[in-house]
Design a protein around this ligand. Structure first.
Ligand code: AMP
Length: 252
C-alpha cells in the first residue's frame, strides 16, 4: 500500500513541474524574438525576462549591476561574462511575478549559461518547458537592421522600406532628423551575428538533444510567426507534461 503522505508530495511536485511554463527564445539578434516575446507574454500572462533589457535598464539607473555591466562593450555586442549574467537571472526569476512561469529572451547565450540555468531550475524542482528557435536568413536580418531608423529625441522607430516616416529622414512626431542606432551599424550587426554563431548557435544542438527544441520560421509576417509560435508552445507543453508523468512514475 503506497504511503498517502508520500503520494501527495509526489503529486504536488508533479503539479509544480508541469504547471510552471518556462520558455527559452533562441535566435540571432533581429529575428523578431522581442516582438514575439511580448505577444507570448500577453497571451500566457507570464513575464518576459530579456537580459539585454535588464542590463540596459541597470546601466541607465546606475545600479550595482549597471556599474558592473559598464565594464563591458554591450553596445558593440560583446558578451557579458557568464557568472554576471547567471547571477542577474537568478535574482530576477526569484521575484514573485515569475511564480507562474516566465520567458527568457537573450538568455542562455552560451553552453555554461544553459548548464547554470538548468541547475538553478533543478534546485527548485523545475525544468525548461521548451525552446523556440527563431530562424531567419542572415541577409534578411542585416536588411532589417540596416533599414532601421530611430528618432534621437522621442525614441520612435522607423524602417526605410517596411515602416517609412511621412517625410523621408524626419521623425513624424517632432520632425527631428532620424539616425541609425550605434548597435545597428552594419559592422556591429555583422559582429553580433558572428558572436551569435560562435557562442550561441551551439545551444540549438544542446536543446535539440534533450528533445526541447522547436523551430519557427521567423522570416514570415509577424502574425504568421505568432501562429507558429503558439502551435509550437502547445506541443512543447504537452511533451513537458508527458515527461513529468513519466518522471513521476519512475520516482515511485
Ligand atoms: P540583446 O538586447 O539581447 O541583444 O542584448 C544586448 C547586449 O547585452 C548583447 O549584445 C550582449 O552584449 C549583452 N547580453 C545580453 N544578454 C546576454 C547574455 N545572456 N550573455 C552575455 N551577454 C549578454
Amino acid at each position: 500500500m503506497p504511503d498517502p503522505a508520500r503520494l501527495s508530495v509526489d503529486w504536488r511536485q508533479a503539479v509544480r513541474r508541469s504547471a510552471r511554463m518556462i520558455l527559452v527564445l533562441l535566435g540571432p539578434p533581429g529575428a523578431g524574438k522581442g516582438t514575439q516575446g511580448a505577444r507570448i507574454a500577453v497571451h500566457y500572462d507570464i513575464p518576459t525576462i530579456s537580459t539585454g533589457a535588464l542590463f540596459r535598464d541597470a546601466v541607465q539607473r546606475g545600479t550595482k549591476l549597471g556599474r558592473t555591466i559598464q565594464k563591458y562593450r554591450i553596445d558593440k555586442g560583446e558578451y557579458v561574462p557568464d557568472e554576471v549574467v547567471v547571477d542577474a537571472v537568478k535574482q530576477r526569476i526569484a521575484e514573485p511575478d515569475c511564480a507562474a512561469g516566465f520567458l527568457v529572451d537573450g538568455f542562455p547565450r552560451t553552453i555554461p549559461q544553459a548548464d547554470a540555468f538548468d541547475s538553478m531550475l533543478t534546485e527548485q524542482e523545475l525544468s525548461v518547458t521548451g525552446v523556440l528557435d527563431f530562424d531567419a536568413p542572415i541577409n534578411d536580418i542585416v536588411g532589417r537592421f540596416s533599414g532601421r531608423r530611430v528618432c534621437p529625441v522621442d525614441g520612435s522607430t522607423y524602417h526605410v522600406t517596411v515602416q517609412p516616416p511621412i517625410v523621408a529622414g524626419l521623425c513624424d512626431i517632432c520632425r527631428t532628423p532620424l539616425m541609425i542606432r550605434p548597435d545597428d551599424e552594419d559592422a556591429v550587426v555583422r559582429r553580433r551575428l558572428e558572436v551569435y554563431q560562435e557562442k550561441t548557435a551551439p545551444l540549438r544542438e544542446y536543446y535539440h538533444g534533450r528533445g526541447l527544441l522547436r523551430e519557427v520560421d521567423a522570416s514570415a509576417e509577424p502574425e504568421t510567426v505568432f501562429a507558429q509560435v503558439i502551435t509550437a508552445i502547445e506541443l512543447l507543453r504537452a511533451q513537458s507534461r508527458e515527461r513529468s508523468k513519466q518522471q513521476d512514475s519512475q520516482d515511485r
